[in-house]
Design a protein around this ligand. Structure first.
Ligand SMILES: Cc1cc2nc3c(=O)[nH]c(=O)nc-3n(C[C@H](O)[C@H](O)[C@H](O)COP(=O)(O)O)c2cc1C
Length: 288
């Protein structure tokens, strides 16, 4: 497979590890060859460390997985001085993209400023599915003004590639992608998880400690492929990272077929950390 150029960067193949499902790569070191991938999107980084939600944080069910990790992460300082430099040093060919989260528009921009210039960091992915606690908890990505402000402020803080990641439950995902593009985003990642809730049988407790969480896995493939198709079409072909439900090279090709430039795998790689390498090998052989 010949390298592809996306966001001004050469990617040896289109497969990335999706945000939040590979941490900062350390847990996977020695388990899989991270450098076989196109890149890794890190766990979300917020300004301050976050402990996250009560356990259990993940629950499998027919059709996928529910997670309520609650954006647990070690915060900007550790990401900047330790985790991202470690990952960037480890990778020679795969790119490091950092997923950024904020609980206010200023926080996104502060995290981007704080990480800009970390050697080896290739770009930013803004997780816009975070609830805006000062506006009743509606996620930032559902409000065009918030998207415009967050993307615009982050744009002013970095010259690196900037991606906006959107949830599949916004009413007009392609329209929101256009808002992000016009505010300065270089690309769009679709999709994040969908809100969901599941109990232990008819009378048991909620399967995740927080009561509800985000649905990922197989069922998201169809949702993500449609979102990617719509965003590619409406934005006139801007770079799109397709995410959701990928389990095989064929699934990757579904995203590529509708015009996605890169494709990320999350849940399926949590279950089988060797799967991403097998998918890369299949893509290289032209299988699937
Ligand atoms: C355990 C877990 C943690 C996640 N954490 C993040 C995160 O920190 N930031 C983010 O933008 N998306 C996060 N996601 C969403 C994934 O990056 C991806 O968009 C979603 O899971 C759909 O892909 P999949 O079906 O291949 O898992 C997380 C997903 C899971 C399952």
């Amino acid at each position: 497979m010949s390298p592809i150029e996306v966001l001004g960067l050469p990617f040896q193949n289109p497969l990335l590890l999706a945000a939040g499902t590979a941490g900062f790569g350390q847990e996977l070191d020695g388990v899989m060859d991270l450098d076989r991938l196109g890149g890794i999107v890190t766990k979300a980084v917020s300004r301050d460390p976050r402990a996250g939600n009560r356990a259990p944080r993940v629950a499998e069910f027919r059709g996928g997985m529910l997670n309520s990790v609650g954006l647990a992460n070690p915060g900007l300082e550790r990401a900047r001085h330790d985790l991202i430099p470690w990952l960037s040093r480890r990778l020679r060919r795969a790119h490091t993209l950092v997923n950024v989260v904020g609980f206010s528009p200023e926080e996104y921009a502060d995290v981007v400023s704080g990480l800009d210039g970390v050697p080896g960091l290739a770009g930013f992915e803004l997780n816009l599915s975070c609830p805006n606690t000062s506006a009743g908890g509606i996620e930032f990505g559902a409000d065009a003004d918030c998207v415009r402000r967050i993307v615009g402020d982050c744009r002013r803080r970095t010259a690196l590639p900037l991606l906006a990641k959107l949830s599949p439950v916004v009413p007009d995902i392609a329209g929101m992608a256009v808002v992000a593009r016009d505010a300065g985003a270089d690309g769009i990642s679709v999709v994040n998880t969908m809100p969901g809730m599941i109990f232990d049988g008819a009378t048991g407790p909620a399967r995740v400690g927080n009561g509800y969480g985000g649905v990922s896995g197989p069922a998201l493939l169809a949702v993500g492929v449609l979102a990617a198709a719509r965003v590619v079409e409406r934005t006139g072909g801007m770079p799109v990272i397709g995410v959701g439900g990928v389990r095989s090279a064929t699934d990757v090709r579904q995203y590529l077929r509708v015009g996605a430039s890169l494709v990320a795998i999350g849940t399926a790689a949590l279950a089988d950390p060797h799967l991403p390498e097998r998918i890369v090998a299949e893509l290289e052989r032209g299988d699937g």
